[in-house]
Design a protein around this ligand. Structure first.
Ligand SMILES: [Zn+2]
Length: 88
């Protein structure tokens, strides 16, 4: 299978939050994101969050409340992704 599953994509995205996925893995990841809007949404959230953390990290650590809120968003995104792709 050329295109990885939603689960693989979610794992790769969380593993590679601070560095881009390159080579064949990156290509397969991009392919999946191209065809799967659920993972694209998840990817956008991860990217936004890593940028936000980087921005905040230059001044101070994100507050516990902000971190908790972000983790909850990730959990929701993963749950949605699983449900919706099963219906596809
Ligand atoms: Zn997907």
């Amino acid at each position: 299978m050329l295109i990885p599953s939603c689960k693989e994509v979610a794992e790769q995205l969380s593993e590679n939050m601070d560095k881009p996925v390159t080579g064949i893995r990156g290509l397969r990841l991009k392919l999946h994101l191209w065809v799967c809007r659920n993972c694209r949404r998840y990817h956008d959230q991860m990217e936004l969050t890593s940028k936000t953390i980087a921005l905040m990290g230059s001044n101070k650590q994100p507050s516990e409340a902000v971190k908790k809120d972000m983790m909850e968003r990730f959990r929701d995104a993963k749950t949605d992704s699983g449900k919706e792709s099963a219906a596809d």
